[in-house]
Design a protein around this ligand. Sequence first.
Ligand SMILES: NC(=O)c1ccc[n+]([C@@H]2O[C@H](COP(=O)([O-])OP(=O)(O)OC[C@H]3O[C@@H](n4cnc5c(N)ncnc54)[C@H](OP(=O)(O)O)[C@@H]3O)[C@@H](O)[C@H]2O)c1
Length: 252
Amino acid sequence: MKIALVTGASSGLGQKYAEYIGEIFPEIEEIWALARREIRLKALAEKITVPKIVPIECDLTKDSDIEKLRQRIRAKSPEILLLINNAGCGFHGAFEASSEEEQLRSIALNVTALTQITRMALDYMPEGARILNTSSIASFVPNAYMSVYSATKAYVTFFSRGLNEELKKSGRSVTAVCPAPMNTEFLTVGHIQGNSKTFERLPYCDVGKVARAALIKAKKRKSVYTPRAFYKFYRILVRILPDWLLVKMAKT
Ligand SMILES: NC(=O)c1ccc[n+]([C@@H]2O[C@H](COP(=O)([O-])OP(=O)(O)OC[C@H]3O[C@@H](n4cnc5c(N)ncnc54)[C@H](OP(=O)(O)O)[C@@H]3O)[C@@H](O)[C@H]2O)c1
């Protein structure tokens, strides 16, 4: 069985990935769609019939759920042709005033779970397989008032690029997609909506366009993809401007 494994498929970007996988990767027979809200995953499975969606209720921050996933993969022994590590969260606000539980949850989800799933999936990823990791423009420069989130996304981009180099010799690849703000539940879950002037001023990315283009870039084995010309230019500026200025500019 040739499968794609997609985390965070119950909303936003993850749901859009699921919608476009059939078009960009027609060889994939099943999408294993992971998230906590099973009801959303079941609704997605009714909407998308090719490839078949397999809803898997899973809290990626819970060791017991990670273990269940490991056992499921071991039992079914699928060929994982595409792994999309997309589930993520980030919380806006002064670190000192923030909830320790929320900050640790974003590290557990964005860093630990992503690393665990990549490690367990790789044993089932044949030559030619691809990994697509959802990072962020927040990975380019430390973001004051979302400092934990931007640090987790710096990990995602660095890990993706390093692993991409390691996997080349086995014909597999890793792509990090670095979107700018998108209109998804991320903004409300992360207390961003109504609290960040930066998020109000920045140009937004269209979720569907990001998902489709990121899948195409993964197919072409590009190591980093930054949607929208404005943010490609930002990525160039990051290499030119002094660090102290960038950190001031990138306050959320
Ligand atoms: N929206 C933006 O402005 C933006 C910008 C740059 C990058 N990103 C990145 O894009 C990715 C997708 O986010 P989004 O914008 O699509 O936001 P979203 O709609 O909030 O999606 C987040 C997804 O992660 C899942 N998730 C959260 N906690 C989980 C957990 N403990 N276990 C399993 N799944 C969990 C959610 O499903 P359940 O709640 O059902 O578990 C949901 O499907 C994230 O990595 C985010 O950091 C977002």
